[in-house]
Design a protein around this ligand. Structure first.
Ligand code: AMP
Length: 217
């Protein structure tokens, strides 16, 4: 069990933020806040926000800072986040978002414990992204090369259909990586200066978990 419970996971698309979050959540009841999932949910429900976000997401571009920060802020203000702690997965992605987050946490009377940076080489990121599959029903994440489902295109956990996210095509994946290096990379320095950064270069899931257990204890 971790003592440090208010966490950010930063990493390029395909770095394993979602996968590692799921492993942590299996051991500890933290609240998982993925802005990508929140936005995909808005698209599914065909809301105004979802329609606006959809075009940007398909192009691999970022949704405006104030929009995502607003979604995160309202989720963070619910009592379960205070009680259990939280993992922010895919947020913040810009310095502006980090500043908006700092304001929100200050107002809520809480603070970050650690920022975990999953650092992975580009070649591996692109391989992972373009072979990634998600379950339409339960959201489980697979990979055709590294972690295939037992039956092709069928989820092992719930039998749901597996699909490729539209933004995991090679072209969009490349522009998402470019956006990461341009807009999100500066956050690494930002959180390092605040003394909150934990960089993990390991790519093996069990070893990542062992590091987290040691460092966040
Ligand atoms: P993800 O599932 O985290 O890879 O996010 C998928 C897409 O959602 C991104 O490529 C962005 O278009 C959008 N998105 C997710 N989180 C953010 C964020 N914090 N700021 C801006 N856009 C975001």
């Amino acid at each position: 069990m971790f003592k440090q419970k208010n966490l950010i996971f930063i990493g390029a698309p395909g770095a394993g933020k979602g996968t590692i979050s799921a492993l942590v959540l299996a051991e500890q009841p933290l609240v998982h806040i993925s802005t990508g999932d929140l936005l995909r949910d808005e698209i599914k429900r065909d809301t105004q926000l979802g329609r606006e976000a959809s075009t940007l997401m398909k192009a691999g571009k970022l949704v405006p800072d104030e929009v995502v920060a607003g979604m995160v802020r309202s989720r963070l203000s619910q009592p379960d986040c205070r009680k259990e702690g939280f993992i922010l997965d895919g947020f913040p992605r810009t310095i502006r978002q980090a500043e908006l987050l700092a304001d929100a946490l200050r107002e809520l009377g809480t603070q970050l414990d650690r920022v975990v940076y999953l650092k992975v080489d580009d070649d591996l990121l692109l391989q992972r992204l373009t072979a990634r599959q998600n379950c339409r029903k339960c959201g489980a994440i697979y990979n055709k090369i590294f972690q295939p489902s037992k039956q092709e295109n069928i989820c092992d956990k719930c039998g749901g259909e597996l699909f490729q996210r539209p933004d995991d095509s090679l072209e969009t994946a490349k522009s998402r990586l470019e956006v990461f290096y341009r807009q999100t990379q500066p956050l690494i320095d930002y959180y390092d200066k605040l003394g909150l950064l934990l960089t993990i270069t390991e790519t093996d899931k069990a070893k990542i978990m062992a590091t987290l257990e040691k460092e966040l204890a």
